[in-house]
Design a protein around this ligand. Structure first.
Ligand SMILES: NC(=O)c1ccc[n+]([C@@H]2O[C@H](COP(=O)([O-])OP(=O)(O)OC[C@H]3O[C@@H](n4cnc5c(N)ncnc54)[C@H](O)[C@@H]3O)[C@@H](O)[C@H]2O)c1
Length: 252
């Protein structure tokens, strides 16, 4: 029996990068995977590549109406949601003095609002079907000080805190719902390709990055989605091959 046999999994921002890796690996372990994304073309392409029992739904995570529609469609089709990966996120490269209000709100609308909506709806749905696992994509930036990505860091810090608050809420109410956060360092995805170029444009020469691969994070999604992590909730999982504990290996 595969590790995720029969589980219904929703991955936001699943068309690309880490979401795509997680979707592929969870599907390989027997899950039915629903990829959601604003990028319809890439979303459909990724779902087709993942294969049978992988569906794409158009979804802007910053919009509560979209969330309601996605949950309705998944529950109508499959009866429940066992795992939600709140993965969609965007980054803006700007320090605290340069960040505009528009940039601040844009980053938070996707990362912070999107994760809030997802956690709230997932708890509501999972309570009715006996439980589940909510996996929130934070970042090392949610733990450490990254001066060049101010709004993003604030959003990832909020995701880290929302995770712990929701996890304790579920435990106190005896819901069998686990809520955990993942904190990758730098992983080779399209987001990071853009980010690195912006950092170089700002003349940042202190950045010496250890770079991981999307599957390094995708495998953690498999573990947190599976019943192997049944005693794990409210926890944060750093995936960075020591970058956060080694001086000088994080963006200045
Ligand atoms: N790559 C890294 O080094 C790294 C490190 C730490 C955390 N993360 C986090 O991992 C997650 C995935 O990042 P990635 O590196 O795979 O980036 P990516 O840009 O490759 O993928 C992000 C996906 O999210 C989608 N998306 C963007 N806005 C959306 C919205 N409003 N609604 C739905 N989908 C939307 C994009 O279309 C894209 O498919 C993000 O939350 C990111 O902050 C990435």
């Amino acid at each position: 029996m595969a590790r995720l046999d029969g589980k219904i999994v929703v991955v936001t921002g699943g068309a690309s990068g880490l979401g795509r890796s997680g979707a592929t690996l969870m599907h390989a372990e027997g899950a039915v995977v629903v990829i959601t994304d604003i990028n319809a073309e890439l979303g459909r392409e990724t779902a087709a590549e993942v294969g049978e029992n992988c569906l794409y739904l158009e979804h802007d995570v910053s919009q509560l109406d979209d969330w309601n529609r996605v949950f309705e469609q998944v529950i109508e089709r499959y009866g429940r949601v066992d795992v939600l990966v709140n993965n969609a996120g965007i980054v803006v490269v700007a320090d605290v003095e340069k960040t505009t209000l528009e940039e601040w709100r844009r980053v938070h609308s996707v990362g912070t609002d999107g994760t809030f909506f997802g956690i709230q709806l997932a708890i509501g749905a999972m309570r009715k079907t006996g439980g589940g696992s909510i996996i929130n994509m934070s970042s090392l930036a949610g733990i450490m000080g990254y001066p060049l990505i101010f709004a993003y860091s604030a959003s990832k810090g909020a995701i880290r805190s929302m995770t712990k608050s929701a996890a304790v809420y579920c435990a106190q109410n005896s819901f069998d719902i686990r809520v955990n956060s993942i904190h990758p360092g730098t992983i080779a995805t399209p987001m990071v390709a853009g980010f690195s170029a912006d950092v170089e444009d700002q003349g940042e020469d202190r950045v010496k990055l250890k770079i991981g691969q999307p599957d390094d994070v995708g495998h953690m999604m498999v573990y947190l989605a599976s019943d192997e992590s049944k005693f794990v909730s409210g926890s944060e999982f750093v995936i960075d091959s020591t970058a956060s504990v080694t001086e000088g290996l994080v963006p200045g």
